[in-house]
Design a protein around this ligand. Structure first.
Ligand SMILES: Cc1cc2nc3c(=O)[nH]c(=O)nc-3n(C[C@H](O)[C@H](O)[C@H](O)COP(=O)(O)OP(=O)(O)OC[C@H]3O[C@@H](n4cnc5c(N)ncnc54)[C@H](O)[C@@H]3O)c2cc1C
Length: 428
């Protein structure tokens, strides 16, 4: 009996392009590569491999985009959490600059892919603004912008008035704009990737949770919850914030934190002209950052909430309140959509790549910046698998190292959230 996970309600689920047919794995199959997880990581890898004539089966517990890829803010942002110079300090000049180039070029990879495969996902290269929440953050945002400018990126530092004009919010002190960035309808993008992978020859199976991964002679055997199996030479684990116990200790290498979003009712045209009037996407410099954008005349506001799964609209009230603080002209505006999803946070705030056994690779930990980066890593992992010498990976392969006291992460993550809340309050 197959139990596919239903797609949770969200603005994206309500407005996405139709889902491709992805019936559960129906029989035992063989493939060159089996991929667990049909988010951007798994689907981009599947597309790349299938285009190279490699047989691929993607196994997904829900449907393509069921995880973070179908629920995120749809902000296609370059870079990682660390600034370029920090990455160079962490990884050395050559490897660090390589990683900076990959992360900086990640939005271009997404927009090229969308254009090449004619993915209908309302893609716009609109630019991303990072407004400085506290006066003390202006120096950091200016430094960040200058580091990218030195590397030739299309970046502009913004003064207080420009940020006010471009966001429509009076609360910020300055910031910068990155024109490499843009937006997509995230679930439509995931579905379009799945369709492109299918067209290239990949078999994408929804409702197919992999419950066991075992060695079977020279191959790996992936067993699904309903008993059908795939035998494959190579396995890619692309499960990010939804990583379960399939591979020992992998889940304990990340903190899977919930990120929450609300979407207002359609705003009247007069009000709409005063909020992000040029259609930029934005996320600010708070410790507990707020990210926001427009979609079809609604404002979407995202941020952290309680660490546990949300129990109902009450758990989103802080985001409704914040809308009225950032945009006084929207105070009291009703929200009509509430949803959440899991981001994967690593201890060093960079994605991790593992090869825990011959033929098995895992890549995860995008820190809430995976629209561009998960797509890019999926492609690069696939290219590396096809021809390793020509396609070096942008991050080192590391051992699986569980975060200490991971079993207690709910307690310390909740304490950390409180501390960040206080810090943001004080900094303000
Ligand atoms: C609310 C929210 C807002 C965000 N906003 C942004 C943003 O604006 N910009 C940005 O760049 N990033 C954002 N992110 C992060 C971004 O969405 C993720 O980094 C990216 O989608 C990760 O893609 P993925 O394919 O690695 O993982 P996912 O999309 O999470 O996919 C993993 C999949 O693995 C499947 N799976 C897990 N275990 C198994 C198993 N045993 N068998 C079969 N299937 C399995 C799950 O069902 C899931 O579908 C946000 C994330 C969230 C949750």
């Amino acid at each position: 009996m197959v139990h596919a996970l239903p797609l949770p309600p969200s603005l994206w689920a309500a407005t996405a392009r139709p889902a491709p047919e992805t019936p559960p794995l129906d029989a035992s199959r063989q493939a060159d590569v089996a991929i667990v997880g049909a988010g951007y990581s798994g689907l981009a890898a599947a597309l790349q491999l299938a285009q190279a004539g490699i047989s691929v089966v993607v196994l997904e517990a829900g449907e393509p985009g069921w995880g973070a890829s179908g629920r995120n803010g749809g902000q296609v942002i370059p870079g990682l959490k660390h600034d370029p110079d920090e990455l160079v300090a962490m990884f050395g000049t050559e490897a660090g600059e390589h990683l900076v180039r990959v992360a900086g070029g990640a939005p271009a990879v997404v927009f090229d892919l969308i254009a090449r495969h004619r993915i209908e996902c309302e893609a716009r290269r609109c630019g991303w603004i990072q407004p400085a929440f506290a006066a003390a953050d202006v120096a950091a945002t200016t430094r960040r912008a200058e580091q990218w400018q030195r590397r030739g990126a299309a970046i502009t530092v913004l003064d207080r008035d420009s940020v006010r004009r471009l966001t429509g919010s009076p609360v910020y002190h300055g910031g910068w704009i990155d024109r490499r960035a843009g937006s997509v309808q995230p679930l439509s993008y995931a579905r379009g990737l799945a369709r492109a992978a299918q067209k290239a020859g990949a078999l994408v199976c929804g409702g197919s949770r992999v419950t066991a991964l075992t060695r079977d002679g020279a191959r790996w055997k992936l067993t699904t919850g309903h008993g059908a199996t795939v035998a494959a030479e190579r396995v890619l684990l692309a499960t990010n914030g939804y990583t379960d116990a399939l591979w020992p200790r992998l889940r304990q290498t990340v903190i899977a934190a919930n990120s929450f979003q609300v979407a207002t009712r359609r705003l009247p045209d007069k009000v709409l002209r005063t909020v992000l009037p040029q259609g930029h996407v934005a996320s600010d410099t708070r410790k507990l950052l707020l990210y926001y954008r427009l979609h079809q005349g609604r404002l979407i506001m995202g941020g952290r909430g309680p660490f546990r799964e949300p129990a109902g609209p009450r758990d989103y009230r802080h985001l409704e309140t914040v809308i009225g603080i950032l945009f006084p002209q929207l105070k009291g505006t009703r929200c009509e959509f509430y949803w959440s999803g899991r981001v994967a946070l690593t201890r060093d705030h960079v994605p991790h790549m593992h090869q825990p056994a011959p033929g098995v690779s895992a890549f995860l930990g995008y820190q809430g910046r995976g629209v561009a980066m998960a797509t890019t890593l999926g492609i690069l992992v696939a290219k590396n698998l096809i021809s390793p010498a020509d396609n070096p990976l942008p991050l080192p392969i590391t051992d699986i190292r569980p975060i200490p006291l991971h079993a207690l992460h709910r307690i310390y993550a909740t304490a950390l959230l409180q501390m960040y809340r206080v810090k943001d309050y004080v900094r303000r």
